[in-house]
Design a binder for this molecule. Sequence first.
Ligand code: SAH
Length: 345
Amino acid sequence: MEKTDIKSLTLEELQAEMQKLSEKPFRAKQIYEWMHKKLARSFEEMTNVSKELRKKCEENYEFTALHAVQVQESKIDGTKKFLFELADGNVVESVWMKYKHGNSVCISSQVGCRMGCRFCASTLDGLERSLLPSEMLDQIYEITRLTGERVSNVVVMGTGEPMDNYDNLLKFLKLLTDENGLNISQRNITVSTCGLVPRMRQLAEEQLQITLALSLHATTDEKRRKLMPIANKYGLDELMEACAYYFEKTGRRITFEYSLVGGVNDTDEDAKELIELVKPLNCHVNLIPVNPIAERDYVESAMEQVQAFKNKLEKNKINVTVRREMGRDIDGACGQLRRKHTKNI
Ligand code: SAH
């Protein structure tokens, strides 16, 4: 029989488990706090829990823990990129960024990805498996331990498509924002999707206060299909409707991510079309100069082109920022570090 993954249980679920083991309910809270507040790496560390109960836990539950196999630090901006090994030997990457307003962690939601976006390194070898809620939490917990600093913002923007791992994502969000755990504010969490429309609508109905980021990258269905296979399944019309629905249900403005690829989606015409597309929505546009990967021949837009693009949007009163490129010198782009490690190149 497979053991239950104890770190993916809510406090209520853990209380039910303790009852099954004929333990007092307060034991659940103790163990929960060891896992989610004190960030213990094993049952052994839980010193105010009796040896006997710790042994019972060992027998009944799986306790996930990651270990860092590689840490790279950017000489430019102090960004740190972590490569973590999971219990089954798979590796995932997470990024730690220091901003004036606090520390931000970008986590992976899957090992690999099956969405197939043309410019992205994470998807080149397809999907290996989805991460458990505990394995998403562990990336944040381990980084907190290793840096000794509190994490205030979390972005689910690393390898994987979070909406393709929906149930685990929701459980992860619940645990991450729980007052008995790290208690991270929903407003400080962003989930990025390539645009799985039914899931976006489902998330809207949860009425959470998290930010939804949509990876747009193109302004017509035809252009988007060339960059993102998911665009064959969901067209821009229904995508924009889903974004409007998210705002309607949550009051949270959408972030549109737009990676500028030289000569592909960075012309004046593209800027004009983008303005038309997003103007009706309460939103923010994040322009990202594409991070070229070796396997594809996409190039980033010239700096003047990026600036001109941004100016056009601003003139039309669209909130826009050019994403600061963090950790460019340490394989900052999605999936590059993991790929290097597994291919040993
Ligand atoms: N699957 C989700 C989250 C992971 S990707 C999504 O698609 O949103 C996080 C963001 O990085 C997405 O906007 C993605 O399109 C972008 N991205 C991936 N590879 C990139 C690259 N090489 N250069 C610039 N942006 C990239």
